[in-house]
Ligand binder design. Structure first.
Ligand SMILES: Nc1ncnc2c1ncn2[C@@H]1O[C@H](COP(=O)(O)OP(=O)(O)OP(=O)(O)O)[C@@H](O)[C@H]1O
Length: 235
């Protein structure tokens, strides 16, 4: 499977954020998307998820040699600021989510198995989501996105608010999920990107570019990435 972006452009007023991007992502890989603040990472995700209108461009999935347009049901999108229905308990939310996605969730587990899988303690499962911490809401958002087993998983800085233990668990979880999908992961934490991701892609000057690791060690690789990002024009 391949996910291809063709001629994607997006501007806000006078600012050209994405400039005629052409890029192909491959199945089974986690891509670390790095870019300076304001480089356009969230904008790129929002364009792919059709949350905002693009100026032009197309998105395709190719499976077994057959190419078709990307559909919304192909995508899981974990936002940096988790959005969950605050007025429901975590259990009610999962039940509702399972009900409305009955036809698209393959081999569903029980609600408590999902909580277990995500490390959400029994005492927290019947609490209102408005009383969940930022990190716990993040876990719930991650869970519902994983449940539908999307072909394309977009993660916008999802681990930033998690404590070290949970962040490590989530890292292992993402690694275990990477087969049969394409994962694109934006982060500012370089060590996390190097540790978790198979490829590092820079979003710089509105374009995507792979940074080749070749035979560099991690420190040299980091230096190369930072040097490339420094060139970003910040006006
Ligand atoms: N709705 C909008 N209206 C006007 N400008 C916008 C809008 N959304 C984003 N921008 C601008 O587009 C640029 C890219 O923003 P975006 O949030 O995609 O960057 P980012 O790479 O995700 O940044 P960060 O790493 O800080 O989260 C910024 O200059 C931002 O101000």
């Amino acid at each position: 499977m391949k996910f291809t972006i063709e001629h994607l452009s997006k501007h806000f007023e006078k600012k050209e954020v994405l400039r005629d991007i052409d890029f192909t992502f491959e199945e089974g890989k986690i891509y670390g998307l790095l870019g300076r603040n304001g480089a356009g990472k969230t904008t790129l995700f929002n364009c792919i998820n059709r949350d905002i209108k693009t100026d032009g461009g197309s998105f395709y999935l190719e499976e077994d040699g057959v190419r078709r347009e990307l559909k919304s049901e192909d995508i899981g999108y974990v936002l940096s600021v988790p959005t969950v229905p605050e007025f429901l308990t975590a259990r009610e939310f999962l039940k509702f989510f399972l009900d409305i996605n009955e036809n698209s969730i393959r081999n569903p587990k029980s609600i408590d198995e999902y909580f277990e899988y995500m490390g959400i303690a029994p005492d927290d499962r019947d609490k209102l989501l408005k009383d969940y911490s930022h990190g716990m809401k993040n876990k719930m958002q991650m869970l519902v996105n994983i449940m539908v087993q999307p072909k394309l998983l977009l993660l916008d800085e999802p681990l930033t608010s998690l404590d070290v233990v949970v962040a490590e668990e989530m890292k292992q979880l993402l690694k275990s999920l990477k087969q049969e999908r394409i994962t694109i992961f934006s982060t500012h934490i370089m060590d996390l990107a190097l540790d978790l991701c198979d490829e590092i892609v820079l979003l710089s000057h509105g374009e995507l570019e792979v940074v080749e690791k070749s035979n560099l060690d991690n420190q040299e690789f980091k230096t190369r990435i930072i040097a490339a990002l420094r060139e970003e024009d910040h006006v």
